[in-house]
Design a protein around this ligand. Structure first.
Ligand code: HEM
Length: 269
């Protein structure tokens, strides 16, 4: 992995705050300006007021990611829990002056499928209800796209026999509560961006990826409940039916033994 190549990894995400002018939500923000002017990425979040005492099941988030030109390129996302395999992934990409989103899941370093299968609920249970996203706002311009959203049931998930819970409350022995999160960003967008299901066709995150630890002590907000009422929009207006011919998935690439080989297989789709 060479610094400065298209496969830049582990670009440092620096902490800051970002206030959304429309809503007043003051996010705790993690961002990178990218390398060589490409790959700028920002993820912000806020938590319910009591999240340090009692595990939160949700958050309000903001993804702001870079497009390389006015035709709105790219995708970006977050791994709740930090790992690509087995964690709840959220992807976002610009499409028709909107920003589409999709929860994804994969057991290894291959292209992630839709979380919970075609219904988004397979493998979920009463203890691990399906994640749910509602939109507060989206915006796109020539250089970036942004989605502000409420993510419910996003800190504990189950897929098949696997389940995982991320704690926001202080755990015994820990000095402070910290999220381990992962981020990823690609310069090319999905080739069939209206298809939010299993057929969504997209490649490797060539514009940066990595893990980081985000302390939670400055992420709780007394206004949290009020802000949740702003999340009134359903995601992905006008998405295509996943059975449409344009949404049919390409055959999965054959398994390759190394991460580099897998990446190469996927990058060249
Ligand atoms: C075609 C799709 C994808 C492919 C082929 C792919 C492949 C890979 C590979 C090979 C690595 C390991 C790289 C290394 O160790 O050098 C990796 C890491 C990572 N990926 Fe992906 N990925 C894809 C999609 C995604 C998506 C949709 C997300 C999140 C929304 C994501 C998040 C991450 C994160 C956070 C890491 C670093 C942490 C870890 O290694 O688990 N990836 N990916």
């Amino acid at each position: 992995m060479l610094a400065g190549t298209a496969f830049a990894q582990d670009l440092t995400l620096s902490p800051s705050t970002y206030v959304d002018a429309k809503t007043g939500i003051d996010f705790t923000n993690w961002g990178t300006p990218g390398e060589n002017g490409t790959g700028a990425f920002n993820f912000g979040f806020v938590l319910p007021a009591d999240a340090l005492q009692k595990d939160a099941t949700e958050y309000i988030g903001r993804l702001q990611c870079q497009s390389t030109n006015a035709s709105m390129t790219g995708w970006c996302g977050i791994a709740h829990g930090g790992h690509m395999p087995s964690d709840l992934l959220l992807m976002a990409w610009p499409y028709k002056n909107n920003v589409y989103t999709s929860f994804r899941f994969v057991g290894d370093y291959f292209k992630p499928d839709l979380f919970g299968g075609e219904t988004g609920t397979n493998g979920t249970s009463a203890a691990f209800p399906a994640p749910q996203l509602s939109v507060i706002s989206t915006s796109v311009n020539a250089t970036n796209y942004e989605v502000i959203y409420r993510c419910q049931n996003c800190w504990a998930w189950q897929q098949g026999s696997y389940n995982e819970s991320v704690h926001t409350s202080l755990q015994p022995g820990d000095a402070e509560s910290v999220f381990v999160l992962g981020w990823a960003q690609a310069t090319k967008g999905p080739t069939n961006p209206a298809c939010t299901g299993n057929g969504l066709n997209f490649g490797f995150h060539d514009a940066g990826y990595g893990q980081w630890g985000a302390p939670l002590s400055n992420a709780t907000r007394t206004n949290y409940t009020t802000w949740t009422k702003l999340a009134t929009q359903a995601p992905n207006p006008g998405a295509s039916n996943d059975t449409a011919a344009s949404c049919q998935a390409k055959a999965a690439p054959s398994a390759a033994p190394t991460a580099a080989a897998r990446r190469a297989v996927e990058v060249n789709w």
